[in-house]
Ligand binder design. Structure first.
Ligand SMILES: [Zn+2]
Length: 248
């Protein structure tokens, strides 16, 4: 494993989140800078630390530039817990109310758009976990009927739906017809969510990104190009608490 010998440029880099992931499938070294400024280097197995070092040296200015852009876009850190949570996908606004309670945070949602976070007040991590659990559950409640409706309307079928919280993918479709959707879709506009659903449903017929696949997408969603771009940029609309303070 090369991880322990990852050449960091400074202690600050380590604190800001660098990771090296060894991949069986990777054919060459790649580096990716996320919207949060986190850097992930993917290396084929059995890559030497020296090779990683040379690779990073070569791409150093590109990485720095991307991280600078990410920092500029991020702006000042928002308060946690957030006073309100906006979910454009379902046009909901939830107000967050903090209450005293047990050590471990609990969350209660009322139909009136009020989230009561009880307990765990001194423990940001416990609050984050509670909020994330709620977000995943809300995503299931909102996205499951939307996907079913979309499939029925357009004549697609799938086996089941999984809701996941991933940093890098909005959705996927397995060969067995399992569609996974990212709970962060709740932070996107309804048109974008619908596009992604059509994209994944089209994969139930075309397990690739071939021309026929895109024709299929275009047939049901003619404006897919703009929506796809918007989705790529959609990570910026995901609040910090969804992923923040996790091991990189
Ligand atoms: Zn796809």
């Amino acid at each position: 494993m090369v991880t322990s010998q990852l050449p960091l440029w400074s202690d600050k880099d380590a604190a800001e989140g660098w990771s090296v992931r060894e991949s069986q499938r990777a054919r060459r070294l790649t580096v990716r800078v996320f919207h949060t400024g986190r850097v992930e280097v993917v290396v084929p197995s059995r890559t030497s630390a020296r090779a990683v070092e040379r690779f990073l040296e070569r791409h150093r200015s590109w990485i720095e530039r991307k991280r600078e852009e990410a920092r500029r876009r991020a702006g000042p850190a928002l308060p946690f817990p957030p006073p309100r949570i906006e979910l454009p996908a379902c046009e909901e606004t939830w107000l967050v109310h903090l209450a005293d309670g047990p050590l471990r945070a609990r969350i209660a949602a009322s139909g009136a758009g009020l989230l009561t976070l009880a307990g765990g007040l001194g423990n940001g991590q416990s609050l984050r976990h509670a909020l994330r659990r709620w977000l995943t559950e809300r995503a299931r409640q909102v996205l499951a009927p939307l996907l079913a409706e979309c499939a029925c309307e357009l004549g697609f079928s799938y086996q089941r739906l999984l809701i996941r919280r991933q940093r890098t993918r909005w959705g996927s479709c397995s060969t067995r017809g399992t569609i996974s959707l990212n709970c962060c879709l709740l932070f996107q506009r309804p048109a974008v969510v619908r596009y992604l659903m059509i994209h994944e449903l089209a994969h139930t017929q075309h397990m690739n990104h071939s021309r026929r696949f895109w024709h299929c997408v275009a047939r049901h969603c003619p404006e897919y190009r703009g929506l796809d771009r918007e989705l790529l940029d959609g990570w910026r609309r995901v609040p910090d608490w969804v992923f923040g303070d996790e091991a990189a």
